[in-house]
Design a protein around this ligand. Sequence first.
Ligand code: CP
Ligand code: NVA
Length: 308
Amino acid sequence: MTDFLRVRDISASDFNLIVERAIAIKNNPEPWSDSLRGKTLAMIFQKTSTRTRFSFEVGMTQLGGHAIFAQTQHTQMGIADIPDEGKVISRYANLIMARMMFNRDLVALAEGSEVPVINGCDDRYHPAQALTDLMTIKEKFGRTEGLKIVYFGIGNNVSNSLAMASVYAGAQFVLCAPEIDPPALDEEQNALLDASGRYEQTTDIDRAIAGADVIYTDTWINMEHFSDPSFAAEKERRLKLFMPYQINEALLGRSGKPGTLVMHCLPAHKGYEFNETIMYHPNSVVFDQAENRLHAQKGLMLYLLGKL
Ligand code: CP
Ligand code: NVA
C-alpha cells in the first residue's frame, strides 16, 4: 500500500507514468468512466479549499466512484486520537485525501489508515499540486526533460513539492527565494535535490530568470494566516521582502524566451506575488493548470488503487 504524502513517496518512474496517463485520461476520459465503480474517497479538510475539494470530488464521480466531504470540525477528530479516526475511516473508504494544517497530523492519520492516504496540502508539502504542474508543463511543451522551471517568492509547501517533482521529471529547478517558511524546511529532500545536479537555490533574480521556460509563484502568506490579525506585522514584513520577486510582465520579459509559461497554483493574491494583470497574460496557463488538478488526480487515484 502506497501513500502520497510527499512526491518522494513514489518512484520517479511511477510519478512520470501518472503524468503521462493523466494527459491520456484528459484527452480520452471515456474508457475510465467506470473504473472506480463502488469505490469511495473520504475527503477530510482542516483548512479551506476550492480546487482540491472540487477536483477530487468531480474526479471520483467521473471515474464511477463516490466522494465524501468532511471538515474536521464536523468530525470527532478534535476529541479522538487521529490515527484511531484514520483507521476507522479506512474501514469504510477505499482512499483518503486529507488537507491537514500540520504534516505531523497527516502522518498520524496515514499511520492509522489501512488504505492509501493522499496529502491535500499541509504546512510542508502539496504533492497533488506538483503532479498537476508537471502534467501541465508536459502538456504544453510535449516534454519536461531539460526545461528550466523557476519558482519565485517564498520557499514553502508548494515549492517543496514542485522542486522534487521537477527533478523527478528531468527538469532543472531553481528556487529564487530570499527565505523559506520554517515549517517547509526539509533538509532530507534538499540533500536529494542537491545530489540530482538539477537543483539550485538563489536570490539572484537576473540569473534565475535568464532562459526560464516556466516561471511559477505562490502566496507569500499561507491561507490560514492571510487574514489573521496576529500575522499582520509579519505580512507587512514579507510584503516588503518579497516584492522584488513578484511575477509581472517586466519579469516575464526578462526570460529571453517568447514562450515562457506563467504558473500559479491559485488562489493568487494580486498585488502581492502576482501583479494585477499577469494572470491574464497570453503566457499564463493558470486556468488550464487548475483544470488539470481534475485529470492528474484521476491518474493518481487510479494509480493508488492499482488500476493504472
Ligand atoms: N491550489 C489549491 O490547492 O487550491 P485550493 O486551496 O483552492 O484547494
Ligand atoms: N502555500 C499555499 C498553498 C495554497 C494552495 C497555502 O498553504 O496556503
